[in-house]
Design a protein around this ligand. Structure first.
Ligand SMILES: [Zn+2]
Ligand SMILES: [Zn+2]
Length: 138
């Protein structure tokens, strides 16, 4: 499946060819901190299929295992875009939030569930609104 996307300010954009079955939710604590959110959703693409316009900035993260992975983000608006092995490699992982077709891409698996935030399983029951609401009803 062909996908495309861009960061929030539009400085970095990309196209890629992905298998829509390769969408994964990661609940690890690094993903929580790096996304500024409860979990991170990504899709893996063969490196050769990814075409990037613009020059993302890199932050190299060392995992508990010692693996070093480059986290690529927009230098202007800080949108997280990609991750890859520090030395490059056969695949590039794309952050789902910046993919135009994200609503069509349903995760096939969840990993690191031992650090999943405890309220996630009840998310559907938390009061909500179709658009912004000034304050939660308390
Ligand atoms: Zn940007
Ligand atoms: Zn993670």
């Amino acid at each position: 499946m062909k996908i495309d996307g861009a960061c929030h300010c539009g400085l970095i954009s990309f196209t890629a060819e992905i298998d829509p079955r390769h969408v994964v939710v990661c609940h690890c604590t690094d993903c929580q901190v790096l996304s500024g959110s409860a979990f991170r959703v990504s899709v893996v693409a063969p490196a050769g299929s990814v075409s990037i316009q613009g020059s993302p900035r890199r932050y190299v993260k060392t995992a508990e295992s010692g693996a070093r992975r480059a986290q690529l983000f927009c230098p202007e608006c800080a949108t997280p875009l990609f991750t890859m092995a520090q030395e490059g490699g056969p695949s590039i992982t794309i952050r789902l939030g910046c993919v135009t077709q994200r609503s069509e891409l349903v995760p096939a698996a969840q990993i690191w569930q031992r650090s999943s935030l405890p309220w996630l399983s009840g998310l559907a029951h938390i009061p909500g609104s179709p658009e912004q609401q000034a304050k939660p009803a308390l």
